[in-house]
Design a protein around this ligand. Sequence first.
Ligand SMILES: Nc1ncnc2c1ncn2[C@@H]1O[C@H](COP(=O)(O)OP(=O)(O)OP(=O)(O)O)[C@@H](O)[C@H]1O
Ligand SMILES: [Mg+2]
Length: 353
Amino acid sequence: MLVISVSSLKGGVGKTSVALGLASAAHNRGIPTLVIDMDPQADASTGLDVPVTTPLDIADVLSAPKEKIIRQAIVPSGWSGSAQGLLDVIPGSPRSAEFDRPTLSERFLRRLRDALATIEDDYRLVIIDCPPSMNGLTRAAWLASQRVAVVTEPGLFSVAAADRALRAIAELRRRGAPDLQPLGLIANRVRMKSREHGFRIDEMREMFGPLVLTPPIGERTVLQQAQGSARPIHSWPGESASELAGSFDSLLDRALRTSTIRSRSQSRSGAQAHDGEVVADAAAESPAGEPSAVNAESAVQAPENGAPVVPETAPQADAAPITGPQSGVTQSGVTQAEAPVEGAPGLRRRDLR
Ligand SMILES: Nc1ncnc2c1ncn2[C@@H]1O[C@H](COP(=O)(O)OP(=O)(O)OP(=O)(O)O)[C@@H](O)[C@H]1O
Ligand SMILES: [Mg+2]
């Protein structure tokens, strides 16, 4: 069972849209999938056409992470009719907001992981739609995950938030979630003809190298139409919808390759394999012939901060607080010490032309 959290520490960038797009791709391919709606807004549940009230929901699972409770909380999505086991959902709940606090016990944070362990064999893929904060709900989701897909828009503030998310993943990885890795950054709502968007995508590639997943997701009204009808994008007619569906197919392929690479490298070198995982994923995804901002070998040595390479001479990114830079802030708001790729300029403010 591969568990992926879809996250961003910024609101409205498309987390739920990406979670639904991946769910649509998995459903279209017949992969047994469970979507967990961790966001008290419960948008993913709405998009998956789940009844507004269900007997149990995610708040109940977090209150009592027992097999009986999680099984009762699981409902089939409206996308798959009443057939259970194809695309199922643990619906979100406004009641889960009470858990979204900055301080919660380690025991609480492991509850989702413990609950999922009891249904390990039921699904090949679990997609967790996270709220836009780094409080209890997101941390519980990440502790239950092997991968975090960080969603971002091609704008200065969103890219800065993505950088913070990668650092937060690294922090949690060091503090008790050794299997956790970023799947990568998914750029959403990209307007291919926008110069600003092109600039930001290039900047992301400079900063994060192959962690920037391809393809980016274009901004398309049809996505909103499909969501508004609570239908999967794969079932929506028209060229725009099939183009988006194809993008989500590629991202799903990438996510599933993660688990293949993982089991292969684990069988090769046992527990040691984890440190190379993200790099193996990233290198595998780097488009052929496209210059990569990092060299895979150095990335193997320093994948820990979620970004590929930290210059050896720079202060360790480990020291950076999860909430962002406190000192040495450049004009763009990113410290030089934090610049994740040697020679990368960090976020740049564009000159007016
Ligand atoms: N690629 C896209 N093209 C067009 N519209 C999009 C795209 N991605 C997201 N949207 C729209 O942007 C809005 C916000 O998206 P979404 O709800 O997925 O973001 P979110 O990050 O989950 O928000 P929140 O932080 O509130 O949970 C929605 O109306 C959605 O339909
Ligand atoms: Mg959302």
